[in-house]
Design a binder for this molecule. Sequence first.
Ligand code: FAD
Length: 181
Amino acid sequence: MKIDTAKNEISTTIGSFPYDFLVIAIGCRTNFFGNKIISSNSFSLKSTYDAISIRNHILLTFEKIISANKDEKESLSNLVIVGGGPTGVELAGAFAEIKKNVLPKDFRGIDFSEFRIILIEGSKDTLNNMSQKAKIHSRKYLKNMGVDILTETIVKNYDGYILTLSNGQTIRSNTVIWQRV
Ligand SMILES: Cc1cc2nc3c(=O)[nH]c(=O)nc-3n(C[C@H](O)[C@H](O)[C@H](O)COP(=O)(O)OP(=O)(O)OC[C@H]3O[C@@H](n4cnc5c(N)ncnc54)[C@H](O)[C@@H]3O)c2cc1C
C-alpha cells in the first residue's frame, strides 16, 4: 500500500484509486512491548486461526495431563491470561465455563480442581478503563467462577516454562495467552 498525498491517490495490490478523504483503519497488532521472548512463547487471540491454535493446544494439554508426572502436571494445569481488559476478562470467563461444564465430560480421569485459570492485570482493576460498577462486578463474577486474579502485577518474562512477575513471583505454565493491545 502506497499513499501519494500530493496527488490524493492510494495504490493497492489491485490498482490505484483517487480519494477526497482517506480513512486508514487497518486494525492493530497484539502489543508485546517489544519482548520477543514473550511473543514467541505465548498465544495471542486476534483471528480465527489464533482461536483454533489455542483450542488445539488446550486439548493436547489435557491429553498430556493424563500421563504427566507431578511436576509436569503443575505446569500443564496453570492457564495464564495476561491482560484484564474486555477480551482477557471474556476469555477467562469462557475458560471457567469450559472447565466446569465441558472438559470434565471429555477427560473423566482428570481432577479439574487442580486446573487453575489465572488472570494477570497490570493496573488496579479488571476492566480498568470502564465504570466502577464494571470493575467491581467483573472481578466478583470471575472470582465466583474460580478464576485467580492478580492485579497491579506486570509480567516481566515468559520463556515457555516459567512466567516471571514484577513482584518476583514465578508461575510454571504451559499456556500463556497474551491479551494486551
Ligand atoms: C477476541 C476478541 C474479542 C472481541 N470482542 C469484541 C466484542 O464483543 N465487542 C466489540 O465491540 N469489540 C470486540 N473486540 C474488538 C474489536 O474486534 C475491534 O475493536 C475491532 O475489530 C477494531 O476494528 P478495526 O476496523 O479498527 O480493525 P480490524 O477489525 O482489525 O480490521 C482491520 C482490517 O484491515 C485489514 N488490513 C490490515 N492491513 C491492511 C492493508 N495494508 N491493506 C488493506 N487492508 C488491511 C485487515 O485485514 C482487517 O480486515 C474483540 C477483539 C478481540 C481480539
